[in-house]
Design a protein around this ligand. Structure first.
Ligand SMILES: CC(C)(COP(=O)(O)OP(=O)(O)OC[C@H]1O[C@@H](n2cnc3c(N)ncnc32)[C@H](O)[C@@H]1OP(=O)(O)O)[C@@H](O)C(=O)NCCC(=O)NCCS
Length: 177
């Protein structure tokens, strides 16, 4: 199977929301409250949110598509971090946030996530980013390993609030080549 990696467009919003509903729970630590996950999805990863992201010139979404189905997506955010802990950790400026990197579980371990990561990094660095950064739950060992394989190193931690739970994320950074 050879998926196409491309920048997303407005028509992708509904399918992106469907993919996010399948993949976001996989990034949450065991013990996360399903109601909190549902609320987060509704507030941040529904169709209306994706329509806003796709219309925002400071946000870029890449998708992997095969036979009309979206199999993976990334979201890049070209804004300074709002979290002071993150801002204090970043030295390569301007830094772009890899805010989302999610593949459908049927396609984990298939190289697809690596391809969409490469396209996203090329885009950010091609537009002048000095570094890419991301936050990843400290118990998400698969994702931490994946990011490590793709040039990211842990530089510190930040908190992530999901409902009433305050989680710890690793902050990982990949410098521009
Ligand atoms: C994170 C994600 C995009 C990575 O894509 P992927 O196709 O799974 O990544 P890869 O298989 O290339 O790399 C994962 C690595 O972790 C390893 N791994 C798998 N499970 C693991 C575990 N429980 N602990 C440690 N390593 C693990 C794999 O063996 C692989 O390493 P290898 O290439 O040396 O064999 C994908 O897993 C995903 O979408 N996960 C759910 C959503 C998520 O967590 N997104 C990140 C949010 S920050």
């Amino acid at each position: 199977m050879s998926a196409t990696i491309r920048q997303a467009a407005g028509r992708d919003a509904a399918q992106l929301a469907e993919l996010a509903a399948v993949t976001f729970p996989l990034a949450c630590p065991p013990g996360s409250n399903p109601d909190d996950i549902a609320l987060y999805l509704e507030a941040n990863l529904g169709q209306a949110s994706f329509e806003q992201y796709l219309a925002d010139p400071l946000r870029t979404i890449f998708v992997a598509e095969h036979d009309g189905a979206l199999l993976a997506y990334t979201l890049l955010v070209s804004l300074p971090p709002s979290d002071a802990d993150v801002a204090a950790l970043l030295t390569g400026l301007p830094a772009v946030e890899l805010s989302k990197c999610y593949a459908h579980p049927d396609h984990h371990g298939a190289g697809l996530a690596g391809r969409i990561m490469a396209a996203s990094a090329d885009c950010a660095f091609g537009q002048g980013a000095a570094s890419l950064w991301l936050g990843v739950n400290n118990e998400n060992a698969r994702a931490v390993k994946f990011y490590g394989k793709h040039g990211f190193g842990i530089v510190g931690t930040k908190t992530f609030t999901l409902g009433t739970l305050v989680e710890e994320d690793f902050v990982m950074v990949r410098p521009a080549p």
